[in-house]
Design a binder for this molecule. Structure first.
Ligand SMILES: [Zn+2]
Ligand SMILES: [Zn+2]
Length: 107
């Protein structure tokens, strides 16, 4: 299934909130201009997009979650534990996400 790709403009406020989480990669200080929802297409519910990757020590990422662009929230979420049947691909969405796993798009 194709991804949702709903876009969100990253505000300075959102990026400051994202930088408050520890365990980031060195040098990841540049905010993206915008991000896009990474879930499978969905008719309802919140959109999810990675705002900032964290190192393996954290097993997660900083995500923007938004039902509508003016109500975006910043959350630290751990990764979905699912892997493909051959264990070659992982799913990079947050644990408990709706829709298919990202590895299903490649198999
Ligand atoms: Zn979405
Ligand atoms: Zn998954």
């Amino acid at each position: 299934m194709a991804a949702c790709y709903a876009a969100l403009i990253v505000t300075e406020e959102m990026w400051e909130a994202a930088l408050e989480y520890p365990n980031g990669f060195p040098g990841d200080n540049n905010a993206p201009d915008w991000i896009a929802c990474e879930l499978d297409q969905h008719p309802h519910g919140d959109h999810f997009a990675t705002l900032r990757d964290l190192t393996k020590a954290d097993d997660g990422a900083v995500w923007a979650v938004w039902p509508a662009p003016e109500h975006a929230e910043i959350h630290h979420l751990v990764h979905c534990p699912s892997t493909s049947p051959k264990k070659q691909d992982a799913c990079w969405l947050p644990t408990g996400h709706r829709g298919g796993h990202t590895w299903e798009r490649f198999e």
